[in-house]
Design a protein around this ligand. Structure first.
Ligand code: HEC
Ligand code: HEC
Length: 157
């Protein structure tokens, strides 16, 4: 009996230490106040609606929305986004077409229309805003590290 208690203590000891270290290093996304205090919500970030498509940060990132979407209906009967982004409307609207993945079900079968799992566009695509990043990020693109000589537009040569 005594031995098993001892074994348990030895087991959880390192976990507690590791927990304490990680807890300290983790960025505090909710600000300096402890979670038990009510703090006023920060002001909403301003949307950037300049119609300039924003580069993606990684492959398969859903691109951010560069235009206003205020009041766009999205319910059982109407999907305002598709009135411009559906393949058959892009000629008039000049909007980029939703990609082929949006016409596929999760097994990869191509469907005749928009896949139900892609119906609610804003569950993946968000408006571009002027919000500041929550954590510092020193990410450098692979192209800039691996082959700087092939990047003359970046002014390295
Ligand atoms: C009136 C037509 C119209 C409607 C409605 C519309 N869009 Fe757009 N969308 C555009 C156009 C045009 C562009 C190209 C950039 C620009 O001009 O703003 C665009 C760009 C985008 C992009 C950027 C694509 C990229 O590759 O960077 C996304 C994402 C997007 N729209 C999502 C949406 C979503 C989600 C909705 C519905 C909430 C929506 N759009 C409704 C016309 C529209
Ligand atoms: C489940 C997440 C998800 C949903 C829902 C979704 N998208 Fe996307 N969308 C993506 C991803 C991921 C990409 C980029 C990779 C790709 O093309 O699949 C993308 C790409 C796009 C692009 C750029 C296409 C290109 O070729 O540059 C447009 C425009 C777009 N989506 C519009 C929409 C609209 C409009 C809807 C709603 C009808 C929608 N998306 C629903 C995830 C989603």
């Amino acid at each position: 009996m005594r031995r098993s208690v001892f074994a348990i203590l030895i087991g959880i000891g390192p976990c507690l230490v590791a927990g304490a270290i990680f807890a300290q290093d983790a960025p505090r996304l909710r600000g300096p106040e402890p979670f038990t205090t009510d703090t006023p919500a920060p002001p909403m970030a301003r949307q950037i609606t300049d119609d300039v498509r924003v580069g993606r940060n990684y492959p398969d990132q859903p691109p951010v929305i560069p235009h206003s979407i205020d009041g766009y209906a999205m319910d059982l009967n109407a999907n305002k986004c598709m009135s411009c982004h559906a393949r058959k409307f892009t000629e008039q609207s000049q909007a980029p077409m939703i990609s082929v993945t949006h016409y596929q079900d999760r097994a990869g079968n191509t469907l005749g229309g928009l896949a139900p799992r892609r119906y609610v566009c804003v569950s993946c695509h968000v408006s571009q805003t002027n919000a500041k990043p929550l954590v510092e990020n020193a990410f450098t693109d692979m192209d800039a590290i691996a082959e700087p000589e092939r990047q003359p537009e970046r002014g390295r040569h």
